[in-house]
Design a protein around this ligand. Sequence first.
Ligand SMILES: [Zn+2]
Ligand SMILES: [Zn+2]
Length: 389
Amino acid sequence: MATADVTKTDYYELLSVSRDASEQELKTAYRKVAMQYHPDRNPDNPEAEEMFKACSEAYQVLSDADKRAAYDRYGHAAFTGGAGGGGNPFAGGGFGGSAQGFNGQDLGDIFGDLFGEMFNMGGGGGRKASRVQRGRDLRYDLTLAFEEAVFGVEKEITIRRMETCVDCKGSGAAKGKAPVTCTQCGGRGQQRFQQGFFSVARACSVCGGTGTLIVDPCVTCKGQTVVQQEHSILVKVPAGVEQDTRIRYQGEGEAGKFAGPAGDLYVVLNVKAHKFFERDGDDLHCVMPISFPQAALGTELEIQTLEGPATIKIPEGTQSGKEFKLRSKGVPHLNSSGKGDLIVEIRVQTPNKLTKTQKELLRQLSETMIVENTPTSRGLFEKVKDMFS
Ligand SMILES: [Zn+2]
Ligand SMILES: [Zn+2]
């Protein structure tokens, strides 16, 4: 593969996964290609290095739900900034440069990050494991009334989450005490073993590779560095959201252990159904039954829109299935101005409970109308309809 093309290759193709690959499938696929192209395994091979960088970038994007959504929508343009895509939430956000973080990363980092396991390539490194962990992301399911999703709403929610212990400020050590150097490994975090010709480094079993030990744990959090707390957040739901819209609150998830960065909170919206409106994107649909005389003679109908009553003029000779569009009476567009439309489908009702008089009137009407009841193709049906007018 030509190196120049690698960065433009589709992220899903780079990782050899389908577009609907799950998080776990992405992880597995990335692990495979990272092993294959890692510079340590391909010394002096610039092509492998390019592939490694490209795959790392692909994984970084696809493993982040928001970035993945942007990528699915805008492709690579989502992260280049210079592409001039209007309304692109990531343009110019500096994401394009972040893949550089992978350049100096060794296999231990990748697998440490991904799988939380120590991975030693033998000999090299001398890198200490960090206790610091990123906090977990949290999900909160918020149910909205149909109108709340259309017009937007503010709701206060209360979540239970782990927060950094105030007493030890996330150190895990009791007041006035600091973690002490591990005597087993002398603070290096590693123990070395001789295996045949090789000297192999392993994480220190006493301190877990961190090089330090907490001798006097904080009483409040029992050395866990985080405690469970209730926390209220005002969720501002913008107008025009849909079922399964996610609102992300960066850093509002669980606190990381040992003062690590907090995870994110995702508020996932569930929208209740409306009595008669159905949503199709930002358009609203409903069905309006009318009688045969109303359809044949024409009429004016009053319809309740989400913003009050409106009138539809039904012209003479309106057929069942005819749709009337009320412009801008639909749902506000989520990220731009303007609104969708309200589409009213007319259904002509055939009466099934008629009085004697009504039946007689219909018989008289019927005698004045000559209809050939012969089958016709769908295309010709429109012309057959004209027989009534
Ligand atoms: Zn504490
Ligand atoms: Zn140790």
